[in-house]
Design a protein around this ligand. Structure first.
Ligand SMILES: Cc1ncc(COP(=O)(O)O)c(C=O)c1O
Length: 380
C-alpha cells in the first residue's frame, strides 16, 4: 500500500461503522459545508420574508463562484438542481424534427437515456445508440462515434461515464460535432472536481454536478450554454424569472424552493481548497488503485484495464457466478453488501458483465478497501 496518502475522515460526518466507497453516486458533504448550510437554514427560518428578499444577490454571487470553479463563461453558466435537470433543459432547447436522431453511446447514464427517449417520443424521433466497448481507446471511441454524428440532430455524450467509470474524449468529439453543425450536449455529472476546467470543452450545452466530487450539498449543479443557445434556453420550472433577458438570471429564481444548497456550495469548495484538491489526486488515485487490486484479488477477479479510467473510481469485476440480470438485481446486491459487509459500493453492468464500482475521496484510506476485501468473499 502507498504511504503517501493520508485520509481526512474527520472533515466529514460519515458514520465510521460503514465503509463509504460509493462517493460517485451521491457525494458526501463535509462538516464545514453542513455547518454553513445549517446556519443558512436557521437564518431562513428566523425570517422567511427577509431570506427570500436577500436571495437574488446571494444566489448570483454563489453562481459566479461555481462558474469560475469549473472554468465556465459566467454569462453562460446557470444553476440547476442536478444534471438530470440540465440534460432535460438542453434537450428541450434543441430542434429535433420528426424522424430525427438523438445519438447516445452505450455508456450513457440510464436516467439520461430515459430523457433522450422521452424527447424522441415527443418529437417522433429515434434514439440511436453507438456501442462502445469497455476498453476502447480514445481514438477508438472517436472512430466509433464519428459516423453517427453525420445525420444526427443532437449528440449526447458523457464526460466521465457512470457504469464504466471511464473518461471519454469529449473535446475531440465536441470538435467533430461543432464542425458538422450538430448540437452536442455533454453530461459532465462526474466532471467538477475530477477534470480540470470541465466546462470549457466548448459544447453547445454542458452540465455537471457539484454535489458529487466537489462535495456540495445535494441539489447543486451547473448548466453551461453556448452563446447561440442562450436566448432560447429556459429553466426547468416556469416562474417569475421566465422573461429575464440574461440566461443565468432566468435560472436563479426557480420558484419557492430550497436555495440553501446553492449558497452553501462555496463552503464545500473551500474545504477542497484546504485539502489542496486537485493536487492530492495522484496520491488518492494510487491508494485507490492499490485498494481495487486488493479487492479484486480477494474475489479472484480483476480490475479491467481501461484506456482512461476515471481518476477516483475503479471497476472490480464481479465473479462470473454473480449474475446481475436487471436493475432490481443490481439494487439487491448493493443492499446485501451494505447489510452484510457494512459497505456502500456501487454495482454496475456493462455488456452483460457485472462490476463493483469503488470510489475514493479524501475521507477514504487503504484500510477501507482491505476491510471490504476481507468481508466480500463470504457473501459473493
Ligand atoms: C453520468 C451521470 N449522468 C447523470 C447522472 C444524474 O445525476 P443527478 O441524479 O444528480 O441528476 C449521474 C448520477 O450518478 C451520472 O453518473
Amino acid at each position: 500500500m502507498t504511504s503517501a496518502w493520508r485520509p481526512r475522515p474527520e472533515l466529514w460526518a460519515l458514520d465510521p461503522a460503514v465503509l463509504h466507497l460509493n462517493h460517485g453516486s451521491w457525494g458526501a458533504v463535509p462538516r464545514a459545508a453542513l455547518d454553513a448550510a445549517a446556519s443558512l437554514r436557521a437564518e431562513s427560518e428566523a425570517n422567511p420574508a427577509a431570506w427570500f428578499r436577500s436571495l437574488p444577490s446571494r444566489v448570483a454571487a454563489a453562481r459566479r463562484e461555481l462558474a469560475r470553479w469549473v472554468g465556465a463563461d459566467e454569462d453562460g453558466f446557470a444553476l440547476v438542481p442536478n444534471v438530470s435537470a440540465g440534460v432535460t433543459v438542453a434537450l428541450s432547447a434543441v430542434d429535433v424534427p420528426a424522424g430525427g436522431r438523438i445519438v447516445v453511446t452505450s455508456h450513457c447514464y440510464g436516467a439520461v437515456r430515459f430523457a433522450a427517449e422521452r424527447f424522441a417520443r415527443l418529437r417522433g424521433a429515434t434514439v440511436v445508440e453507438v456501442p462502445v466497448p469497455l476498453t476502447a481507446s480514445a481514438d477508438e471511441v472517436v472512430e466509433l462515434v464519428s459516423p453517427a454524428i453525420e445525420g444526427a440532430d443532437v449528440v449526447l455524450l458523457d464526460q466521465i461515464t457512470s457504469a464504466t467509470a471511464t473518461v471519454f474524449p469529449v473535446s475531440s468529439l465536441v470538435a467533430l460535432c461543432r464542425a458538422a453543425g450538430v448540437p452536442v450536449i455533454v453530461d459532465g455529472a462526474h466532471a467538477p472536481g475530477l477534470v480540470a476546467s470541465p466546462a470549457a470543452v466548448g459544447a453547445d450545452f454542458w452540465t455537471g454536478n457539484f454535489h458529487k466530487w466537489a462535495c456540495a450539498p445535494r441539489g447543486t449543479a451547473g448548466l453551461v450554454v453556448a452563446p447561440e443557445w442562450r436566448s432560447r434556453t429556459l429553466p426547468p420550472v416556469v416562474s417569475w424569472a421566465e422573461h429575464a433577458a440574461a440566461l443565468p438570471d432566468r435560472f436563479d429564481w426557480q420558484a419557492t424552493a430550497d436555495y440553501v444548497p446553492w449558497l452553501a456550495a462555496p463552503a464545500s469548495l473551500a474545504v477542497l481548497d484546504t485539502l489542496a484538491w486537485p493536487a492530492l489526486l495522484p496520491d488518492l488515485v494510487s491508494m485507490l488503485d492499490d485498494g481495487a487490486a486488493v479487492v479484486a484479488a480477494a474475489l479472484r477477479t480483476s480490475v479491467p484495464v481501461l484506456a482512461a479510467p476515471a481518476p477516483a473510481m475503479r471497476l472490480v469485476a464481479l465473479p462470473p457466478s454473480v449474475r446481475i440480470e436487471d436493475k432490481a438485481a443490481e439494487e439487491a446486491l448493493r443492499g446485501r453488501i451494505a447489510r452484510d459487509a457494512r459497505a456502500e459500493v456501487n454495482v454496475t453492468v456493462h455488456e452483460g458483465r457485472g462490476f463493483l464500482r469503488l470510489s475514493a475521496h479524501a475521507y477514504n484510506g487503504a484500510r477501507d478497501y482491505e476491510l471490504l476485501a476481507a468481508r466480500l468473499p463470504a457473501l459473493l
